[in-house]
Design a protein around this ligand. Structure first.
Ligand code: FAD
Length: 216
């Protein structure tokens, strides 16, 4: 069987948050370079939420976001609630992010997404171009952006290893103050493996509770 060789300007390895963000930015650029994003998953599902700091001019404002304009921090000795003024702490659901980026990429003639396949190797050819091998064929390009995780693991940690465990809980009673995000609650620390807890209420009955542990 003849191997398919595709010439393109850019190959993005991985269509996660980073790969789709870059792909959609390139899709919206005035002179979009021809770009192929290569991603093993075959479908995008709601698999996480992202939380981040932003201001009123957020580039994500068109998406459904949960925003908090006050944050609460506490220790056994003390506690403080801070008014964020012009800044906000925000939560974005991955399903909304994926839908937005996928539709931007789908409407572009320059950027395409190849799902259900993966990059097996990347080598540099003598003419300085990159040769990216996948089961679908070979992509020859000027730029490769590799967004795959670094390969760090709990056995082979980077400088600081952080682990987050999150639970979404729903209560019968309206018990949460949903305009306040509790970012670092050191009060309920069970032991040194869980240095702090986040409590992010999405409404008065529902919250995402996240425990964080870290080690150097
Ligand atoms: C400061 C900070 C805050 C964070 N906050 C959050 C948070 O609030 N919530 C949260 O969930 N996470 C958070 N994270 C963790 C992380 O950033 C996110 O989970 C994010 O989704 C990672 O996206 P990514 O695109 O970098 O990587 P990934 O999502 O891992 O994307 C890499 C992609 O590469 C693909 N891939 C793997 N192998 C191949 C191959 N051989 N060929 C082609 N493609 C391949 C994978 O399928 C995957 O889709 C945070 C991280 C930092 C540093």
């Amino acid at each position: 069987m003849k191997r398919v060789i595709t010439n393109t300007q850019v190959v993005i390895i991985g269509g996660g948050c980073a790969g789709l963000s870059l792909g959609s930015k390139l899709a919206l650029a005035p002179d979009s370079p021809s770009t192929v994003i290569i991603e093993p998953r075959t479908e995008y599902v709601e698999d996480r939420t992202w939380c981040f700091w932003d201001n009123q001019e957020s580039q994500h404002n068109h998406l459904p976001l949960k925003s908090w304009n006050q944050v609460h921090l506490s220790t056994i000795e003390d506690e403080i609630t801070v008014d964020l003024k012009h800044r906000r702490y925000q939560m974005l659901r991955s399903a909304d992010f994926y839908q937005d980026k996928l539709s931007t990429i789908a409407s572009s003639s320059a950027v395409s997404l190849q799902t259900g396949t993966q990059v097996n190797s990347v080598t540099k050819s003598p003419d300085g171009r990159w040769v990216t091998e996948t089961p679908l064929g070979t992509f020859i390009c000027e730029y490769v952006i590799d967004t795959r995780p670094s390969g760090a693991s709990i056995e082979n940690p980077p400088h600081l290893w952080q682990t987050f465990l999150g639970l979404e809980i729903e209560c019968d009673q309206p018990i949460f103050e949903d305009n306040i995000a509790t970012l670092m609650d050191f009060e309920d620390v069970v032991n040194q493996d869980i240095p702090f807890v986040y409590m992010l209420p999405v409404n008065k009955n529902q919250a995402l509770i996240t425990a964080q542990s870290q080690r150097e």
